[in-house]
Design a protein around this ligand. Structure first.
Ligand SMILES: Cc1cc2nc3c(=O)[nH]c(=O)nc-3n(C[C@H](O)[C@H](O)[C@H](O)COP(=O)(O)OP(=O)(O)OC[C@H]3O[C@@H](n4cnc5c(N)ncnc54)[C@H](O)[C@@H]3O)c2cc1C
Length: 293
């Protein structure tokens, strides 16, 4: 098999499980399927680390088209954007201007917009842009539990009534600034989550870690909040459907052709071949389980 052919085989496998497909229509149609089982979408256009303004402008246009399609097709879906798609590599102002432009556009269409969190070097500027756009009240920001600074960031954002999507963190970071083991990251995730339960009225628990999900459900017995769970498409779809029966649930739906970097992060998280094969081969179809079968 030549490398181009191998590439397209791998792409097909990922496209079917972790990624909706290359086009906006693929993302919308995937969100529509999840909506039928009471799961809201979070649509993300694949691609990152853009250092050419034409790629940045193109990403902004694509998100505008996605927002319009969400409304036109009556889809329940947020969008999630990456600072490095919106121009942070060119300069902070380009990023922030693009983010605020999308935020105001999304507001007009009643669409919620998330800021993904990327490498630690972008955290300050990402939070700054987020706080500068808070007045529209249709935005949330991802915070990574593996970063030691995150408790401070969460306190600052929650004090301004910002909305947090808590994740473990998907990039490779320096040991000085991050918890470098699964145990410590998980422990910090729980600590941050407890803070959110005590101090925030609206936050999203974005994880596939079943012990964290159980911990959150237990905390909710005591704090009785409106909690949201979110997972990535194709990892534990059936588990998410079960959560959607009790809580509000979201699935992160990437689409586009730049699938490689996203897929490498997912492969790294799965850790070993057994889990990768399990998530790829396990029946992730949602239609079949619509009626709880
Ligand atoms: C909705 C959502 C949005 C996210 N946004 C961001 C973001 O903006 N920035 C960021 O840095 N990270 C983001 N992430 C990724 C996140 O940081 C983690 O890297 C990822 O969710 C894996 O961590 P976990 O909490 O699921 O726990 P883990 O302990 O890694 O995983 C828990 C269990 O889930 C299963 N599992 C996890 N991943 C896989 C996989 N790929 N294949 C097969 N099984 C798997 C395994 O059974 C594992 O034991 C997001 C995650 C979600 C769910």
């Amino acid at each position: 098999m030549n490398s181009m052919c191998l590439n397209s085989v791998i792409e097909k496998i990922f496209a079917g499980t972790w990624i909706a497909g290359p086009s906006i229509e693929d993302a919308i149609s995937e969100a529509h399927k999840f909506n039928a089982v009471k799961i809201n979408g979070i649509i993300n256009y694949l691609g990152e680390e853009f250092n050419k303004i034409k790629n940045v402008d193109n990403a902004v246009e694509i998100y505008i088209a996605v927002i319009k399609e969400i409304r036109k097709k009556h889809i329940n879906s947020d969008i999630s954007v990456k600072p490095t798609q919106l121009g942070i590599l060119i300069n902070e102002k380009v990023f922030e201007d693009n983010y605020l432009k999308l935020l105001h556009f999304a507001k007009k269409y009643n669409v919620f917009i998330w800021l993904d969190m990327e490498n630690a070097k972008y955290v300050n500027s990402t939070i700054k842009a987020y706080l500068n756009g808070l007045n529209t009240k249709n935005s949330g920001i991802c915070i990574q539990a593996y970063l030691k600074r995150s408790i401070k960031d969460i306190k600052k954002i929650v004090a301004r009534q910002g909305i947090i999507r808590l994740v473990k963190g998907a990039y490779v970071e320096n040991k000085r600034i991050s918890y470098n083991s699964w145990d410590k990251t998980t422990e910090n995730y729980k600590r941050l989550l407890l803070y959110l339960f005590k101090n925030s009225d609206n936050f999203t628990i974005a994880t596939h870690d079943l012990q964290i999900i159980k911990y959150a459900e237990d905390l909710n017995e005591k704090y009785n909040k409106t909690i949201n769970f979110a997972m990535l498409k194709g990892i534990k779809n059936r588990r998410l459907m079960a959560l959607a029966k009790k809580y509000s649930a979201y699935v992160y739906i990437p689409f586009g052709t730049a699938w490689l970097q996203y897929s490498i992060r997912r492969l790294r998280e799965a850790g070993h071949l057994k889990l990768i094969l399990k998530s790829l081969l396990e029946d992730q179809s949602i239609e079949k389980y619509k009626n709880g079968a």
